[in-house]
Structure formats: C-alpha cells, structure tokens
Write a protein that binds this ligand. Structure first.
Ligand code: HEM
Length: 406
C-alpha cells in the first residue's frame, strides 16, 4: 500500500480518493481531469486508474472478461496474505457483485425476482410506517442529525425486514457494514474482522431457515434451485452478506445527500415542499445522478487500450460512476441540480452486467423517506456547515448533518 498523505500536486498522476477535499467535493477534480487527462492514474492506495468521462466508464463497465469483478475487488487496499483464510478459499463473499460470469449470471438470476416492484411492495408499506415513527421520535426536538437519526436508520431496517431478521440487529448491521465498507477500506484487518462476523451471523441464519422455513428472503434463497440443485449454503451466505454491504451504506448515503442538498438549497427545498408526483420522479433521479454514492473497482485481466492509456494486466480500475454522471458531453449543466431534468441517463446504479439488482428497492426507499420527511418537516436548514462530515471512497455520503426545523 502506498499512501504518503503528501499533498496532491498533480491530479492526473497522483489523485487521492481519500483527500479530504476530494471526499467533500470531488466535482472540481473530475472536471479538471476530464479536460486534460480523462483516465488518470495514481500510485496511492495500491495504485489505480480513474476514468472521468461517461463514455469511457460505460465502455469499461461492458468489458467482460477483460475486466474482472472477482474477489478481491475492493477499491483500495487488498487483504494481505497473512490475513487471508485458507479455509475460506472458494467462498465468494458477495456474489454476484464480486463474481464474473458464469457465477455472476446464475447468482444474479437467483436474486432479481426478489427485487421487482411487486416483490418489494411489502417493504414500501414498512418503510412508510418506519419513517413516520422515526420522525415522531425527533420532531419535537426542533432538529436532529439528518444523517445519523434519520437517513442511517432506514436502509438497515428495510433490509432486516426483507431478509427476515430481527430489527434489534440494526445497530450491529450499521457497525458491521461501516467496518467493511468505510473504516475497513483502508484497514484490511477490520474488513476481514467484520466480514467474518457477517458471515458467521448469516451461516447461523441459513442453518435455521433450512430447518424452519419462513416467508422471507433468506428462506427463499435457501429454497432456490439452479440446474436442479439447491443453492449451497456458502452461496446463500454470500448473497445475504451482499444485501448488507450493497443495500445499507448506499441508500443511507443517497438519502443523506438529498437532505444535505435541500438543507443548503432553499429554493429547491421550497419547490419540493409543493411537489407533485412528476417532480418527485425527476428529482429522485437527479439526486441520484448528482450525488451518486457508489464507486466500484475492476481488475484488468487482459491489456486494454482506452482513452489514450493502456491498462495492464493486474491493474485496478475505479468504476467512477459518480464522475461519469457529471460529464458535460452527456448532461447539460452537469454541476447543477435541476430537479425537473427530463433527459437523465445517469449511471448511478452502474451499467452492464453488474447493474444494480436492488435499484427498485433503493428508489422506493429514497422516495418514501424523502416524501415522508417533506410531509412532516417541510422547513429545515443546516445549522452548522463546518460540522458536516462526509465518508468517501467506495460509498460517498454525509455522516454528520446537523439540521434545525422550522
Ligand atoms: C441508492 C442506492 C444504491 C446505489 C447507488 C447502488 C449502486 C450500485 C452500483 C453502482 C452497482 C454496480 C456494481 C458494479 O458495477 O460493480 C450495484 C450493484 C448491486 N446492487 Fe446496488 N445500489 C444501491 C442500492 C442497492 C440496494 C438497496 C440493494 C439491495 C438490497 C442493492 C443490491 C445490489 C446488488 C445485488 C448488486 C450486484 C449486481 C450484480 O453484480 O449483478 N443495491 N449497485
């Protein structure tokens, strides 16, 4: 791992995705790079390439098998040899996101039926009740931390509900997922520790569901057959793990970024307080575009020439979906939030074979949580801009967001 934490002097050859300025607002860096070095390189954090043009990110997302998503595919630091578990060889902890075809194809196919609009209908009602309960608990205080007290509370409960796991696990889920995706990004020992905790938790749940089937996602996955065979336990455990790591920080970050936006852009906030269904539809897509939270990684398996650079075997490529969504070649006024933007082909949910399997659930959670908030708390502002903190790296979003109501 190379990271000297020296100041970045030349973005094109030395960008740092953990630079505090980049984490807080990466838009200026992308604009600069797009103009002079659209696929930049750094040696920091194990070395990587960073594409910033929409067309390049789209093209890279479709390069299979030249680029691989298989383990270990974290965006920064690989797990060192001494921390790897020989007994876990062959356990793919997050299929299909961390798999290539053919495994990616059949695991994805097994998941998709559980995320259709119809399949997530029970979670819509659940989310509505949940958001109202959360607001009941904080509205009298005249303010709250919009990231911690509201946004963060929603996705883990919705995922627990879908999996069929007790809501009492929510604080653990938050700690585990942050351990893997936030703190663990630069500290592989934490990633391994929390990865093991999640794995052991779901291993016990799977044993339970095999004996006591219920009406929940874990049971449904336990009963799924591929080519006439039930999915093995290890595969079900990995797919359950993926529900946490793909479904919690991502959606929490999107809801938090939206609250940050409206608390700092009064005209847009006023507009949403009276919004009709059409405006809500376009606004959700625009917030997803502008504040896209997720950056993934791929490993180069065959040399690739693209955008004037040559990616070599073993190189890491950051799938900069957020940067692509600010490309002026594709979006008019890309660095402005236009709530009724009509043409919006954003790739916040990725592109190609790994495109987000949970996008219906994510959109529903964003819509219900924000609409419920606006119904109950149409007037709110950021109290202390200096107190806002952002997480960056694989999933970007606010982690502290002090708001006042009224
Ligand atoms: C706003 C919230 C979300 C965003 C922005 C988001 C974004 C993404 C992105 C960019 C990918 C592509 C990964 C890649 O190319 O390597 C992805 C994949 C995936 N997401 Fe999401 N996601 C969100 C919420 C969710 C939720 C709520 C779930 C389900 C619980 C979910 C489940 C998945 C799965 C299973 C994949 C892997 C699909 C595959 O590899 O075939 N996501 N997501």
């Amino acid at each position: 791992m190379t990271d000297t934490r020296n100041p970045v002097e030349d973005l094109a050859g030395d960008y740092d995705i953990f630079d505090p300025g980049y984490v807080t607002d990466p838009v200026p860096a992308w604009a600069e790079l797009r103009g002079r070095c659209p696929i930049a390189h750094t040696e920091r954090w194990g070395g990587s390439w960073l594409p910033t043009r929409y067309d390049d990110v789209q093209a890279l997302a479709k390069m299979v098998p030249e680029l691989s998503s298989a383990n270990p595919g974290p965006i920064v630091v690989d797990v060192p040899e001494e921390l790897r578990r020989p007994e876990r060889e062959g356990y793919n902890g997050a299929s299909p996101i961390s798999a290539d075809p053919p495994e990616q194809t059949w695991t994805r196919r097994a998941l998709l039926p559980h995320f259709t609009p119809r399949a997530i209908a029970p979670q819509r009602e659940f989310t509505k009740v949940l958001c109202n309960e959360l607001i009941d608990g904080l509205i009298e205080n005249g303010g709250c931390d919009g990231a911690v007290d509201y946004a963060q509370q929603i996705p883990p409960r919705v995922i627990a509900h879908k999996l069929g796991v007790s809501g009492d696990m929510v604080d653990d889920f938050i700690e585990w997922v942050r351990g893997v995706l936030e703190l663990g990004l630069t500290r592989p020992e934490l990633r391994v520790k929390y990865g093991d905790i999640i794995r052991d938790f779901f291993a016990a749940e799977v044993i339970d569901r095999r004996q006591n089937p219920r009406d929940d996602l874990i049971t449904a996955l336990c009963q799924t057959e591929v080519d006439g065979e039930l999915l093995p336990d290890e595969v079900v455990i990995g797919m359950c793990n993926l529900q946490l790591v793909a479904g919690i920080d991502t959606t929490w970050s999107s809801i938090g970024s939206a609250l940050w936006h409206f608390s700092t852009h009064e005209d847009d906030r006023r507009r949403m307080a009276d919004a009709d269904d059409d405006l809500w539809d376009t606004a959700i897509e625009e917030l997803l575009r502008f504040y896209s939270p997720v950056t993934m990684a791929r490993t180069v398996m065959e040399p690739v020439e693209i955008g004037g650079v040559c990616l070599g075997v073993g190189d890491k490529v950051l799938m900069n979906f957020p940067g692509a969504n600010h490309d002026p070649e594709v979006f008019d006024y890309p660095d402005t939030v236009i709530l009724d933007r009509q043409r919006n082909r954003h790739i916040a949910f990725g592109a190609g074979i790994h495109r987000c399997a949970g996008s219906n659930l994510a959109r529903m959670e964003m819509e219900v949580s924000l609409r419920t908030w606006f119904e109950r708390i149409p007037e709110f502002t950021l109290t202390d801009p200096g107190a806002v903190t952002w997480a960056g790296g694989q999933v970007r979003g606010p982690r502290t967001l002090p708001l006042a109501f009224g």
